[in-house]
Design a protein around this ligand. Structure first.
Ligand code: NI
Length: 181
């Protein structure tokens, strides 16, 4: 079990476009993914992208049954998603609060597509093709942005709806959010 340190906003590596994975089903890739899950679970993240631990590959993981950082969210299936593509299934976007392990203790409102299809590969190279909505769709869009060097703070719907989780919670802007982050 290896918990890796998560790069924080300001580290230029978070802004780089990650490279496609070309070889699947090998111990190096499996070890990377295991470290990513260990790190995500230790930090109670909803997802994590390889660039967040300084690895410039198009690998994202996400999913949880119950997440104390997002207690009102429906479960999201645990997924390893490599070389992903997102196809919006609607033009409709919805505002929602997001956080990021690379931007600790903060939340901001971002508009995301409400319904998407996403494709990619798992660690063995098997194809993934899933449709998702709601928070599941939001998490996938957030994690895939990391692979293109985009942090949610670059997509804020309204810069005034961004701040420390605790203050947003105390002022009633964020409902029932665990502030431990
Ligand atoms: Ni993030």
């Amino acid at each position: 079990m290896t918990i890796r340190s998560v790069l924080r906003l300001g580290d230029p590596r978070l802004l780089q476009v990650a490279s496609e994975v070309s070889e699947f089903n090998n111990p190096e890739l499996d070890a990377l993914i295991e470290d990513m899950f260990d790190t995500m679970e230790a930090e109670e993240g909803a997802g994590l992208a390889a660039p967040q631990i300084g690895i410039g590959l198009r690998v994202a993981i996400f999913g949880f049954d119950i997440n104390p950082r997002y207690p009102d969210s429906d479960p999201v299936p645990k997924t390893i998603l490599i070389n992903p593509e997102i196809i919006p299934l609607t033009n409709e976007k919805e505002d929602g609060w997001e956080g990021c392990l690379s931007v600790p203790q903060m939340r901001g409102v971002v508009a995301r597509f409400t319904h998407i299809r996403y494709t990619g590969f798992d660690a063995s190279g098997a194809a993934i093709d899933v449709t998702a909505e709601g928070f599941h769709a939001r998490v996938v869009q957030h994690e895939c942005d990391h692979l293109d060097g985009i942090i949610y703070t670059q997509r804020l719907s309204d810069p005034s709806k961004f701040g420390f989780t605790e203050e947003l919670h105390n002022s009633g802007q964020l409902a029932s959010v665990n502030c431990s982050d």
